[in-house]
Design a protein around this ligand. Structure first.
Ligand SMILES: CC(C)(COP(=O)(O)OP(=O)(O)OC[C@H]1O[C@@H](n2cnc3c(N)ncnc32)[C@H](O)[C@@H]1OP(=O)(O)O)[C@@H](O)C(=O)NCCC(=O)NCCS
Length: 194
């Protein structure tokens, strides 16, 4: 039986190891191909509980956390995430930014991803934000690691009311599986007015 709950503050901080484990496991796969380490995750993830608007949604199977999703105000985000919005002259204090959604494959297709959006949009409204945004990596269609049966999430995101914003592109940097150094990736934003 899957349950979904929204956490913040100390409760959220207690679950960061679960979030790290899920990120490393799920983002190994296409299209992220993320070579994550617990060391890096432990440095990176406290940003969420440290933020005033930091939000963590967890999906549990019994007591085990099998999925997680994050969000915080864009005005509390890092420079490289904010940059395209600032360049476009947009008001950051109106935009709630969604970080990752990671759910173990065997739990997909049961509505948890939809709940992650609903819960984060509710958090955005509760914190007084009127727009939401997230981004997804763009990889070449002919990338050798792309599985033949891969279904992009674009339709899923469109069904949640999000518009792809080709004019808002950030650059994120991480090490791909099999590489020896970090490389830059284009990340395209999707947005919705609440
Ligand atoms: C993104 C992700 C969390 C989505 O999770 P999910 O739980 O499979 O998504 P859902 O089941 O909620 O939604 C998938 C579809 O199933 C439908 N669905 C909803 N409830 C359902 C149910 N009870 N049973 C079956 N299908 C259902 C949804 O409506 C949706 O279809 P739609 O877009 O046509 O409306 C998951 O695919 C994932 O972890 N992907 C890898 C990581 C990633 O790429 N994350 C995104 C970028 S950070």
């Amino acid at each position: 039986m899957l349950t979904v709950a929204r956490l913040s503050g100390a409760q959220m901080r207690e679950r960061l190891e679960d979030l790290a484990r899920l990120r490393i496991t799920v983002f190994r796969d296409w299209p992220y191909l993320y070579e994550g380490t617990m060391e890096h995750e432990r440095e990176y993830l406290p940003r969420y509980p440290d933020a005033k608007t930091g939000t963590l949604i967890v999906a549990r199977d019994g007591d085990t956390i099998v999925g997680a999703s994050t969000a915080l105000g864009l005005d509390e985000e890092s420079d490289y995430v904010r940059k395209p919005f600032e360049a476009a002259g947009m008001e950051l204090s109106r935009i709630f930014y969604f970080g990752e959604s990671v759910l173990l494959p065997q739990y997909r297709g049961q509505g948890v991803g939809v709940r992650f959006f609903e819960e984060r949009e509710k958090a955005a409204r509760d914190h007084g934000y009127s727009q939401t945004a997230f981004c997804g990596v763009v990889r070449p269609d002919d990338h050798p690691a792309r599985p033949h049966d891969y279904e992009p999430l674009d339709a899923f995101w469109g069904n949640r009311g999000y518009q792809r914003r080709g004019d808002l592109v950030a650059t994120f940097t991480w090490q791909d599986i099999g590489d020896t150094a970090k490389t830059e990736k284009p990340m395209i934003y999707w947005m919705k007015s609440l």
